[in-house]
Each structure stands twice: as C-alpha cells, then as structure tokens.
Design a protein around this ligand. Structure first.
Ligand SMILES: [Zn+2]
Length: 406
C-alpha cells in the first residue's frame, strides 16, 4: 500500500511536496515523491490529503502509570516536596495500587496514540501490571522497570532488578528495559548491577539524572532537601556511600556514559560535565513543559546538540505535565527559541527519541526497512513543519505498521 500526502517529512532533512510512502508487511519500502513511489505499481493508495506526513512521534520519557494524575499548581517546595506527595499517593493497599496503575497506564497509552505518539519510553514501578496491559500494542513501548534500592532498601536490589528485567511480557510492541531510578534512590552498586544486566541482555537503560540541583549535595555530603526526604521516611542508614563530583561524573565513573543510556532531564550541567556527555554515548531527554512546571533554570539542550549529544524530548508524567501531547512540548520550544529550525525540533521528537530508546533501527524516520508508523498533521501551505508548531491542531491520521488507527 501507499500512504500519500501533500507534504512528506521523513526526518532525513527533506520536506517533500507531494510525497508518498510505500509500505509492505508493515515496513517502509520507499519514501519520496509521489511520481516515484507510484512507479512501484501498487494499486492501494491512501491519500491523507492536505497534511504533512511524519514518522510516528516518540515520547522518550514518561510514566504511563501516572496518567490519572494532574500537575496542579507549580510546587513552591520544588521537586522534593512534589516527590513526597507522589510517594504518599502510593501508600495504599497493594491491590488497589496495582489496579489504579493498570487503568492509568491504559489511559496514558490511548492518549499517546491520539496525540500521534507511536513509541514511548515508559518508566514503570508497577511493571508487573503495566506490561500485560501494553504487550499487545498498538503503542510501541520500551518499558523501563524501575529499580530503587538505597539505605534500608538496599537488600531489595536483586529482587527488584529481577522483576524489572523480566522478559516474560516482551513482544513485537513491548521491549523490556531497566531503570535505576536516580542518584538519590539507588546506590552506585545498584547502578552498576542494572548496567551489568542490561549489557548482558542488550537492554536499554534509563535513569533520572541531574534533575534537581540538590543531587550534588546529597551525593557529596548526605545533606540537603533530598536527605531530609529520607529522614522523613525513617529508612536511612549509615552505609550509603558518598560521591564527590555530582551526578554526571558519577554516571561517567559508573560507565553509564559509555553505554547508550537514556538520561532523563540533565537540568543542571556545567561545561565540563557537558564535554563528558559529549565524549560518551548517552542521550539526554529534555521534558520542556515539566521543566517549566518545576521552574528549573534554562535547559542547555542547544549547547548539548551543538556538542553532538543526542537530545530527545519527553513529556514526563501527567503529574508534572498537563497531558502527554508531545507536540505541545515542541511548540513550547518553538516559542522559546523561534530561531531553531523546525526540522531540528521535530527530529528531537522522532529520530533522536528513537536513538535514545535504542530503537533507531525500527522507528524515528521513514527510511526503508523502518516500521511504517506515521502521523499526519493538517498543513496545506509551504513550511508545514513550522505551520504545525504555530497551530494547535492535532493529528488527522495515525498509522502503526501501515495500518491506520480508528
Ligand atoms: Zn520521570
């Protein structure tokens, strides 16, 4: 079959007027000008009309199981206060929490597809209940099972890691991955074990890194607002190792930067840390609306891109973002940096996201061999990629493996 549109942006730098994509068995065979693609002789043509056709969008960082949350007012007590409230939310009966997480996960997955997102990097603490919900698609998910193991929870490391890395639910739509949560919730040994297991099995790894300024103080001196959180949980012990040099140097020392690790946020990064990242293979996922919600200082994503670091975009969860509409994150970036080329922004939401999720052999562009996941947005005039960023329109068509979703 052929999907035809007024504009085609395969995310290889081109924006083709009167374009088309030839699809066979769910994969892209060719993408280019309609005249060329029509030459393949395929009779079945789906004409998307006056719109721009792109690869399905990629939300590289979210937590689908929190899709029943709403962000509310900007937290005056910062990320730390917000974390306390989020954790209180999970102090309910286990069965109730599991049911709630499974339902929210389904709501979030449906929302992603409605917004044209066909692949997500999903962090899941309740992965034993979210994976069965997600395994049959049509959303493609890299499911990062979350691992926390610090202080009095240290002994739970292997059990939690085994659950996170359990491949029982793996499918064509669901890839299993692990996420050591953050420098304030898992110790260096735990990080090293997660990385070791991921390397053995070729799994993606994600972590929240340099999300808040207080990570440095926590790692170096066991003090500050993050330590106060531990004190309020009464689960601290004296064996947590210290690390001087901040979370990015810690990731470097652990070998996380020598692996294609997904680093969510990296909101605090000096020049030396930026060059450490540039020398490594890790990707950064910037979550613009969540970043704005917490009121962090400007993100250095342009410096990172200029240094050759792969920067993708994510929404983070519905507890810090109004919804999972990734295009609204790109729109915010476009308003903040109108000088940035629209193609660069859309690549952050497609090709760069695929790379961050170790999915670049399957998604993120419409190159031959890729899965035929596409999204179309209404755009009749020239410069369609910019036009969509300056509008409020949603997708007029979403395809997964060449099949249009209802
Ligand atoms: Zn997150």
């Amino acid at each position: 079959m052929i999907i035809r549109a007024r504009w085609l942006a395969p995310m290889d730098g081109r924006c083709i007027e009167n374009g088309a994509v030839l699809v066979r068995e769910g994969r892209v065979v060719a993408a280019g000008r309609w005249e060329t693609i029509a030459g393949y002789g395929t009779k079945e043509v789906e004409d998307a009309g006056d719109c721009v056709l792109l690869p399905g969008l990629i939300n590289a960082h979210t937590h689908l199981e929190l899709s029943d949350c709403t962000p509310g007012q900007r937290p005056a007590d910062g990320l730390e206060g917000w974390l306390t409230r989020m954790l209180t939310r999970t102090r309910i009966d286990v069965a109730e929490l599991e049911g709630k997480s499974a339902r929210a996960c389904k709501v979030g997955a449906d929302q992603c597809l409605r917004f044209g997102v066909t692949t997500v990097g999903d962090i899941s603490r309740q992965c034993h209940v979210t994976r069965p919900v997600l395994r049959n698609g049509p959303l493609r998910v890299v499911s990062f099972g979350e691992v926390m193991a610090m202080a009095q929870r240290r002994g739970l490391l292997e059990e939690r890691l085994a659950r996170a890395a359990d491949e029982a639910c793996a499918s064509e739509f669901l890839r299993i991955a692990v996420s050591p949560h953050s420098p304030y919730s898992i110790e260096m040994h735990g990080y090293a074990r997660c990385l070791e297991v991921a390397k053995q099995r070729g799994m993606p790894v994600a972590t929240h890194l340099a999300e808040t300024i207080s990570e440095c103080e926590f790692l170096e001196r066991h003090s500050g607002p993050l330590k106060a959180l531990w004190d309020s949980w009464l689960s601290w012990d004296q064996q947590v190792p210290l690390f001087a040099g901040g979370p990015i140097r810690m990731a470097h020392e652990l070998g996380l930067l020598d692996y294609p690790t997904l680093l969510a946020h990296v909101n605090y990064c000096d020049d030396d840390e930026l060059s450490l990242l540039a020398r490594g293979r890790a990707s950064v996922v910037y979550c613009p609306r969540t970043h704005e919600y917490f009121g962090h200082p400007p993100h250095r994503f342009r410096d990172m891109l200029a240094a050759g670091i792969n920067v993708a975009v994510g929404t983070d969860s519905c507890a810090s973002s109004p919804d999972l509409n990734l295009v609204d994150d790109l729109r915010l970036l476009h308003r903040m940096h109108p000088e940035l080329d629209a193609q660069t922004l859309w690549r952050m939401g497609t090709a760069n996201g695929a790379k961050a999720l170790m999915m670049d052999q399957a998604a993120g562009t419409l190159a031959p061999g890729m899965r035929a996941d596409c999204v179309a947005f209404p755009a009749a005039d020239s410069d369609p990629l910019q036009v969509v960023l300056e509008s409020h329109v949603g997708p007029c068509g979403v395809w997964v493996a060449g099949t249009k979703l209802p």
